[in-house]
Design a protein. Structure first.
Ligand code: GLU
Length: 419
């Protein structure tokens, strides 16, 4: 479909086609599953602080809801477009199915650089966007969450805007909220904790010890910063981290808690301005000699142009779609063990599921219960995927996609085609 055409969407479709071919997916399902169920484009007029009105473009795409309400984050980034949102929505469908969550996939976004807005402008943009996508969202319909450029505060404004329309508090309309309005303990760090859980399983599978392991993390937002911190707590040495301005490198290991404190107090602006270790570029970071490389920034970072330079043993994909299909082939040929995005970063949506369950039941869990249940679900998904990859002789990425797609296909076949 023309209006969806974009490089990220083409990557998601190419992955799907490869998996569909391998699993001999029913041809009657194929076209539908490469397309979103419903896509909404909205105009978001915002009164700026200087009194002028600026109009931003927003999206909400539901890829599939055959297995339950659709689920997926909202991204605020200048490059957001319909094709990218549709690709991310499709990945959410496979991710939720792979983890066994009763959800379909969705994604939303607004084409905006949030760091250039004042807090007031950000709030007005968020509330108007929420009002525009109101017909689609709801605890039983579609449940947004944070993604690149959004956080718990943005979720709180969406929850409030939705609740104002309904006339009562509806905490289950979004996840990743502040604790005070029905957020869950452990949600903020959940994606990073899940990345670490599956990385440790992969290390054990490969007969490696976490002590002495070195880790490089691209991206120091929610996913990257928690992954780096928890990897260090687990005993690994985090030798490099980066944000969009560049990175820091110390072969003896960076002190992540100290770095985080300094980064936060500098307003999360620029990692490069912090005096710690040597400076590296994002491109150099991807080529560092390390045990584990965690791309935790944007999509298509590892491509046919730089994949041969990647020198890690394990690639744990914290971001969505960080590796192209051409790069996959090069990495596999070079013996890199890939933990694919829809498995590696599923800790976020797994704990989002816990948050939603707690909200709809009005019954809240202890943090240790959340960590234990996350660990149980994500490590089971890891071993199931590994088993599938081994017995079917396919890559970890294909195994994860094929398992996810199969669950969705079964739901479609069981429900039948309406009308
Ligand atoms: N944005 C996150 C993701 O890509 C979380 C989605 C959610 O919790 O619904 O998986």
């Amino acid at each position: 479909m023309n209006e969806l055409d974009n490089h990220t969407f083409r990557l998601a479709v190419a992955q799907f086609d490869q998996a569909a071919e391998q699993m001999k997916l029913d041809p009657n399902l194929r076209e539908r599953l490469t397309l979103p169920e419903r896509s909404l484009i909205v105009s978001v007029p915002v009164r700026m602080d200087d009194g002028t009105v600026k109009v931003f473009t927003g999206y909400r795409v539901k890829h599939d809801s055959s297995r339950g309400p659709s689920k997926g984050g909202i991204r605020y980034h200048p490059d957001v477009n319909l094709g990218e949102v549709a690709a991310l929505a499709m990945w959410m469908t496979w991710k939720c199915a792979l983890a066994g969550l009763p959800y379909g996939g969705a994604k939303g976004g607004v084409q905006v650089a949030p760091e250039q807005l004042s807090r007031g402008e950000l709030q007005r943009l968020t509330r108007r966007y929420a009002a525009e996508i109101f017909p689609l969202i709801g605890p039983d319909k579609d449940v947004p969450a944070p993604d690149v450029g959004t956080d718990a505060q943005v979720m709180a404004w969406i929850m409030d805007t939705y609740s104002q329309q309904m006339g009562f508090a509806v905490p289950g309309v979004v996840t990743g909220k502040p604790l005070s309005i029905g957020g869950s303990l452990g949600r903020e760090e959940a994606t990073g904790r899940g990345v670490v859980d599956v990385t440790l399983e992969a290390m054990q599978h490969l007969g490696m010890d976490v002590r002495g392991a070195t880790v490089a993390v691209q991206g120091f937002g929610n996913v990257g910063s928690h992954t780096a911190r928890i990897m260090q707590e687990a005993g690994a040495k985090v030798i490099a981290v980066s944000d969009k301005t560049g990175g820091l490198y110390n072969p003896k290991g960076l002190d992540i808690p100290d770095l985080l404190t300094r980064y936060r107090s500098a307003g999360r602006q620029s990692l490069c301005d912090i005096k710690m270790g040597e400076a590296v570029t994002n491109e150099e970071l991807l080529g560092l000699d390390c045990t584990v490389l965690v791309p935790a920034a944007l999509s298509e970072q590892i491509t046919q142009h730089n994949a041969a330079k990647v020198r890690c043993r394990i690639l744990a994909e914290g971001a969505n779609g960080p590796t192209t299909l051409e790069a996959d082939r090069i990495l596999i040929a070079n013996g890199v063990f890939i933990i694919p995005d829809i498995l590696a970063n599923s800790g976020g949506v797994i704990v989002s599921y816990f948050e939603w369950v707690q909200d709809v039941q009005r019954f809240f869990w202890k943090e240790q219960d959340i960590r234990d249940r996350l660990h149980e679900i994500i490590t089971e998904a890891f071993h199931r995927t590994l088993q599938f990859a081994t017995t079917r002789q396919v890559s970890m990425r294909m195994a994860a996609l094929m398992s996810g797609i199969d669950k969705v296909a079964q739901a479609h076949l069981a429900r039948g085609l309406y009308p």
